[in-house]
Design a protein around this ligand. Structure first.
Ligand SMILES: Cc1cc2nc3c(=O)[nH]c(=O)nc-3n(C[C@H](O)[C@H](O)[C@H](O)COP(=O)(O)OP(=O)(O)OC[C@H]3O[C@@H](n4cnc5c(N)ncnc54)[C@H](O)[C@@H]3O)c2cc1C
Length: 549
């Protein structure tokens, strides 16, 4: 083997890749990690950093009950025939093991984000009282030395010195952070959210002498007699082949590859919110190696709005809880509501793909979040313009359509006259009756949790009256946190060839693999949870079965 060769070479430095690297090293492998970007951490660093892992001791310590059977029942209930029982069982069984392993052998630690409900808590096995969502406590980036400046910084969380469990989303009653804690967080550069998770995983790698090679883009697998022997890599100033007996593809999804998005996804995903380096390189490599693909039409669907890049550097803002707050509804081009605005983002994103039987077009595209002045004054919009909060009156910038009347708004949006008036009157009648007879907004514990914290846990947290005007509207766009199709794997993370056998030495994890979750999103942390579990399984298996060539 060439001098620079590795037993296990991991491609990508998100949660999937770094977990795989640590697990492989723990089991005796010489590990290398390549990262295409100049910064490490991928979308994981941009994220909330939560992981959804059923049946952990953390859940029990928080006074919540769970079992293997309940978790499998829940996942099975959401399967639509797409979730393999083997992979679901591997995930549920290995989840707590992965958590324990990282906590014992690295600086990674977790606690339960108490009360955070599953995303479909009312289906069998679902947990309305939460417990399956974990996150890391904030982590001091001083511990990373020069690597602190080489981690991706999230455009979506302006305050990185906070944990989800400390926000209004992560607790039943909002508790303000004491000023001395805030000051210490800033002084020690203690970062929460995805930064905490990636910081801790990266430290776990660095402690083991694993230093990711940034600016190194893997482009092709080298195979000999059907088994992986290395990877061709492009980097500034050239390219080279790095020898490796095993390769873990953890290169994220293909959401930034327009050609693949059009070819594979079941509906439009025009505004991805992940790191732009996720262009499906791993998918290309796996396809060329003859991998069987799976779950190709699916993404972790999300919604966003276009905003000035002075507000968010990516020029788009994710719209999650904002669309379900009291005083907002979402309407399609007919001026009609078409879904529960407070449902989870994966479900809402999918609802945008419904086809009209007569015209064959997407019935609900374009669509708009419509809100009233009271909403605007109370919540601002898209993470900005909260100047109305202290009793003032927010005013609309250019990118928000505004009108004094609903008909005026409809005219500007191209919605038939009278339709918005009817929709608003019907919705307000539902609010008055205390029940959204059309879309059951506020019926689920999920909706009530994500709503206005002043009414935390109550239907009123989302189901409030809308109006009077002035009125505002912003187009809501089909987005994704990442795609979830890729090479099919077995329960050990081994990539399967079209002929039904594993490709020797090839593994995949995270959004680069065919997700074990089919169409669904189990709960907060539902993407990073499986990314880490299958990263753990892949890294461990690759190291244990590191057959000499
Ligand atoms: C604002 C926001 C909040 C979110 N919050 C959560 C949350 O709390 N919980 C949750 O579960 N999910 C969350 N998500 C989704 C989650 O971040 C992603 O689904 C998850 O991080 C994907 O992990 P990954 O390791 O598969 O990929 P990534 O973290 O995206 O990492 C992939 C890496 O591979 C690199 N790469 C790509 N191609 C190559 C190549 N050819 N060679 C080498 N490297 C390559 C990329 O540059 C990138 O660094 C959130 C997403 C966003 C945007």
């Amino acid at each position: 083997m060439a001098e620079e060769g590795f037993d296990v070479l991991v491609l990508g430095t998100g949660a999937a890749g770094l977990t795989a690297a640590i697990a492989a090293h723990e089991h005796g492998a010489k590990v290398g990690v390549l990262e295409k970007s100049d910064r490490v951490g991928g979308t994981t660093a941009w994220s909330g950093g939560m992981i959804w892992i059923p049946n952990t001791p953390h859940q029990k310590a928080a006074g919540r009950s769970d079992s293997r059977e309940e978790a499998l029942t829940y996942i099975g209930a959401l399967s639509n025939g797409l979730i393999s029982e083997d992979l679901a069982a591997a995930y549920v069984d290995a989840g707590p093991e992965m958590v324990r392993f990282l906590e014992e052998r690295t600086p990674v630690s977790f606690y339960c984000v108490a009360d955070f409900p599953d995303y479909h808590p009312e289906v069998p096995g679902g947990k309305a009282e939460g417990g399956r969502t974990l996150e890391c406590p904030p982590f001091s980036y001083h511990e990373l030395g020069e690597w602190a400046a080489r981690v991706e910084v999230s455009p979506y969380f302006p305050d990185i010195h906070i944990a989800i469990g400390e926000t209004t989303l992560g607790q039943p009653v909002p508790v303000p952070m004491p000023p001395e804690v805030k000051q210490r967080r800033i002084a020690e550069d203690e970062r929460g959210l995805g930064h905490a998770l990636i910081g801790r995983l990266l430290k776990g790698c660095l402690d083991r002498g694993i230093e990711p090679l940034t600016g190194h883009r893997a482009v092709e697998l080298i195979l000999s007699n059907g088994r992986v022997t290395g990877v061709r890599v492009e980097h500034e100033g050239g390219e080279r082949v790095i020898a490796a007996r095993n390769v873990v593809i953890a290169t994220g999804g293909f959401e930034w590859n327009e050609r693949f998005v059009r070819a594979f996804l079941r509906g439009p995903l025009t505004h991805p919110v992940s790191v732009p380096t996720n262009t499906g390189d791993g998918l290309v490599m796996a396809m060329k190696a003859g991998a069987m693909l799976g779950n190709m039409r699916e993404a972790w669907w999300q919604t966003s709005v276009v905003v000035p890049d002075t507000l968010v550097s990516t020029g788009r803002q994710i719209i999650s809880s904002a669309r379900g707050l009291p005083g907002a509804i979402i309407v399609n081009r007919a001026g009609r509501r078409f879904m529960n605005e407070a449902a989870n983002y994966n479900a809402v994103g999918a609802a945008m793909q419904e086809q009209d039987t007569a015209s064959g077009t997407y019935r609900n595209l374009p669509c708009w979040v419509v809100f009233d002045q009271r909403y605007f004054d109370r919540y601002g919009f898209a993470g900005g313009m909260k100047d109305g909060l202290n009793g003032g009156t927010a005013s609309a910038p250019d990118w928000i359509t505004a009108a004094e009347t609903l008909d005026g708004l409809a005219l500007k949006l191209g919605i038939p006259a009278g339709a918005l008036d009817e929709t608003v009157a019907r919705f307000n009648a539902h609010v008055e009756a205390g029940h959204d007879a059309d879309f059951q907004r506020g019926e689920s514990a999920h909706d009530r949790w994500w709503g206005d914290p002043a009414w935390k846990g109550q239907k009123r947290a989302t189901l409030g009256p809308i109006g009077p005007g002035p009125w505002y509207a912003v187009e809501m766009l089909p987005s994704g946190l990442g795609t979830k199709g890729g090479p099919q794997t077995d329960a050990e993370g081994r990539v399967m060839h079209l002929d039904g056998q594993p490709i020797e030495g090839l593994y995949a994890a995270g959004n680069a693999m065919a997700s074990p979750f089919g169409m669904t999103y189990g709960g907060a942390g539902g993407t990073i949870g499986p990314a880490m579990v299958f990263g753990f399984l892949a890294g461990r298996h690759a190291a244990r079965h590191n057959a000499r060539a």
